[in-house]
Design a binder for this molecule. Structure first.
Ligand code: RIB
Ligand code: CA
Length: 310
């Protein structure tokens, strides 16, 4: 495909081990042109997520600009997920520092600028939605220039991963998720529960990571700690939340189904701050903005996972 008819793709991310696999997928897609990476805090602090993004671009040998975003959520502070991803967010491997530096333009401003230079672009959000919420407050017309928004986040029947009922990305900045869900007329949602239905046997992953390619070797190293944590906590299968979201973003035809319903984010509450409340019975009369992924063909998911490492 020539560069002109590739789909322009902007990715907001908090790398993070599963983010890294998703980014390698996007870099490997022949049908997409990655315009840039906008970085948020989340899995670990912004300093680490920016450095990890720069390092991954270097390993993947892609010259994609990296834009630092918000270091903290919009309103209230939140705990990171270093216990899953390592203190540095990439398995604490003490990798050689990246030689490239990040851009000086803020992520929120970069999002607005790219929406004007590439109207109709595909925007994939793999972390807390702080940057996108900020961009929306700066430019409320932004959604009109986004062709398709794909969000990894939420737990659509209340089976959370960071608390009983909340998923990490939304729970890290519920106010930002509320701003985004209210501002966009429609968006695709890949939630934690559909991720749980697409587990990857650790044995298969270990075989894929032995592929004779620098990207595979790097990913094997940065993911080791997370894979060991997952095996100890969740058993024989590993879950790549951002990997599934990116596969659904790159190949929506591979979906086995979608549910369209209204959705709201709990921003208050003693028990369920960060929960995503889906109107499954369509009783609220609110617009059914969220197209919730029901499933993805497993063979296509595996295709993208392996292409990413080749
Ligand atoms: O709940 C999973 C999400 O939270 C993924 O995006 C993971 O990277 C973390 O950010
Ligand atoms: Ca993420």
């Amino acid at each position: 495909m020539s560069a002109t008819d590739r789909i322009p793709l902007l990715i907001d991310t908090d790398p993070g081990v599963d983010d890294a696999w998703a980014l390698l997928m996007a870099f490997a897609s022949p049908a997409h042109e990655v315009l840039g990476l906008t970085i948020t805090a989340g899995n670990v602090g912004l300093e680490h997520t920016v450095r990890n993004a720069l390092k991954l671009c270097e390993v993947a040998e892609v010259d994609v600009p990296v834009y630092p975003g918000c270091a903290v959520p919009l309103v209230f502070p939140a705990e990171d997920a270093a216990y899953v991803h390592g203190r540095d967010g990439f398995g604490d491997t003490a990798y050689l520092a990246p030689t490239r530096v990040a851009e000086t333009e803020h992520a929120a401003l970069a999002m607005i600028r790219f929406s004007r230079s590439h109207p109709g672009l595909l925007l994939v959000c793999l972390g807390p939605l702080t940057n996108l919420a900020l961009a929306l407050r700066l430019d409320p017309t932004l959604p009109s220039r986004i062709g398709r928004l794909v969000v990894m986040g939420g737990a659509v029947t209340g089976q959370g991963n960071t608390s009983v009922s909340a998923e990490f990305n939304v729970a890290f900045d519920p106010e930002a998720a509320h701003v985004v869900f209210e501002a966009f007329p429609a968006f695709d949602l890949v939630d934690w529960e559909v991720v749980l239905r697409h587990g990857l046997p650790h044995a298969d992953v270990e075989q894929w990571l032995d592929a004779p390619a620098p990207k595979a070797a790097f990913y094997k190293a940065i993911s080791q700690r997370t894979r060991e944590w997952s095996e100890g906590r969740r058993g024989t299968h590993w879950h790549s939340a951002d990997g599934l979201a990116m596969a659904a973003a790159l190949e929506p035809e591979a979906a086995t189904g979608w549910h369209r319903h209204a959705i709201e984010v709990e921003t208050g509450g003693r028990l369920a701050r960060g929960a995503t409340i889906v109107d499954w019975a369509d009783r609220s009369g609110r617009p059914a903005k969220a197209r919730i992924l029901a499933g993805l063909r497993p063979e296509r998911f595996r295709h993208w996972l392996r292409l990413a490492l080749a």
